[in-house]
Design a protein around this ligand. Structure first.
Ligand code: GTP
Length: 409
């Protein structure tokens, strides 16, 4: 395999091809419907308002043209206006939006039926204009308030069918050539439906491209998390490694000095080291030494609770524990308990000059003291640890605020 070849190339937008019938895999189809609805919901309130105004204008014109017309038309018109109002309310309410498309189809059917009813019952030279409600309703559901293609197709076929039945049921009732009107309706409806098909196709392709883009972003994000984890975690003990510790400690100090709202009250740092670990390796071998390190590390790991607190492997057999927001006294209790628990593990250490089992020495320093940054805090804890070793090991030493080292026991 050459350097440029990737074993698992990321998909591109064109890898997911869109079939002629527009259907996507089930899970994607569900997401697309939400996406489609959200895109329609933006324009729907304005469109419904426009339809309401047009309906009111139609009533006005009908009342001017003749009393007989408005006498027939006001009831169905008012009914349609009420449906339009209902649609407007649905479009404005995020919860009602899932009913937006059925409601729009209902409105289209109401407009087309009103036209058929008025055209059939009113005898007037202009009555053919009522039958134009059907193509107008089809244009409305395909262009003004977009209904998904298959729903628009079904709704349009019902409307055109109803128009055909009304026109050809008793052709003598209409004062014009019904076939011409039917052909005009079919022509307008086909164009509208074709437009809707093309629009939905483009929208679906755009949705697919975005979907692929999000997929890439998620994959990159997960890969970054894994890499970040690998770069900052010590594989053997599961503690944070030195690099991770330095960046976390610096971050904590940065928050502390900026006095930002999520800054801890104080930071306490403990540095501990296994006593006579060289002799342990010499006595039991390096692999046993590794096992010993894992067991010792598991003690502070099981004790650290708070989210910002952590245990890090600072060096070979040196570990750091950082506690935030605990009082200095609480931190000392923690250190002493940890020292005690390591001793209680009872790991035999015949090479130790102070005990029969593995023990640790701990140095503790707190940000309340003289350290201005993480590195200085670590230096103070190291100084305390050095003194703990000098004082006989298996003990906790703390760096006081005055810069003096005190032994805990
Ligand atoms: N098994 C094992 N040993 C390690 C690892 N990293 C460092 N060491 C050993 O840890 C020992 C550290 O020894 P020293 O620094 O002399 O300290 P010590 O023997 O513990 O003596 P004091 O700290 O003074 O009590 C060395 O022998 C290293 O080889 C590791 O990952 N695994």
């Amino acid at each position: 395999m050459t350097a440029t070849q990737s074993p698992n190339p990321l998909p591109t937008g064109s890898d997911i091809s869109l079939p002629w019938h527009l259907r996507l895999p089930k899970a994607l189809e569900k997401d697309f419907r939400l996406y489609f609805r959200a895109s329609v919901a933006k324009v729907a309130p304005g469109a419904f308002l426009l339809i309401g105004i047009l309906l009111a204008c139609a009533m006005l014109v009908e009342s001017v043209v003749g009393d007989e017309i408005i006498a027939h038309s006001w009831r169905p018109r008012l009914f349609t206006l009420m449906i339009t109002g209902g649609c407007l309310l649905l479009a404005r309410n995020p919860r009602g939006r899932e009913w937006l498309h059925p409601a729009t189809l209902t409105l289209g059917l109401a407009i087309a039926s009103t036209g058929n009813y008025l055209g059939y019952t009113i005898s007037h030279p202009l009555s053919y204009t009522f039958f134009l409600h059907t193509p107008i309703a089809v244009i409305m559901i395909c262009t003004l308030i977009r209904v998904p293609f298959y729903q628009a197709l079904g709704g349009s076929l019902i409307m055109i069918g109803a128009l055909g039945v009304t026109l050809f049921m008793d052709p003598s009732r209409v004062e014009f050539e019904p076939l011409t009107l039917m052909l005009v309706t079919l022509a307008f409806s086909s164009m509208s439906l074709f437009g809707q098909y093309v629009y939905e196709r483009l929208l679906r392709q755009h949705f697919l491209s975005e979907h692929v883009l999000f997929q890439h972003r998620d994959e990159l994000h997960s890969a970054n998390l894994i890499l970040e984890n690998q770069a900052t975690v010590d594989g053997m003990t599961g503690c944070i490694n030195r690099r991770g510790m330095e960046s976390r400690l610096n971050h904590l100090y940065h928050l502390l000095q900026k006095q930002s709202p999520d800054a801890p009250e104080r930071v306490t740092l403990m540095l501990f080291d296994i006593d006579f670990f060289k002799q342990y390796n010499d006595t039991y071998g390096h692999p046993a030494g590794d096992e010993c390190l894992k067991k010792v590390a598991s003690v502070p790991l099981s004790m650290v609770q708070a989210e910002k607190d952590f245990v890090a492997r600072y060096g070979g057999e040196e570990f750091v524990i950082v506690l935030t927001d605990s009082s200095f006294n609480d931190a000392l209790v923690f250190a002493e308990r940890m020292r005690n628990r390591v001793e209680q593990l009872g790991l035999p250490h015949s090479g130790s000059r102070i005990s029969q089992v593995v023990t640790i020495s701990v140095g503790v320093a707190c940000s309340d003291g003289q350290a201005d940054n993480g590195a200085e805090l670590l230096k103070l804890a190291d100084e305390a640890l050095y003194q703990a070793k000098g004082a006989g090991r298996n003990r906790v030493a703390l760096m006081s605020n005055q810069g003096l080292v005190e032994m805990l026991n």
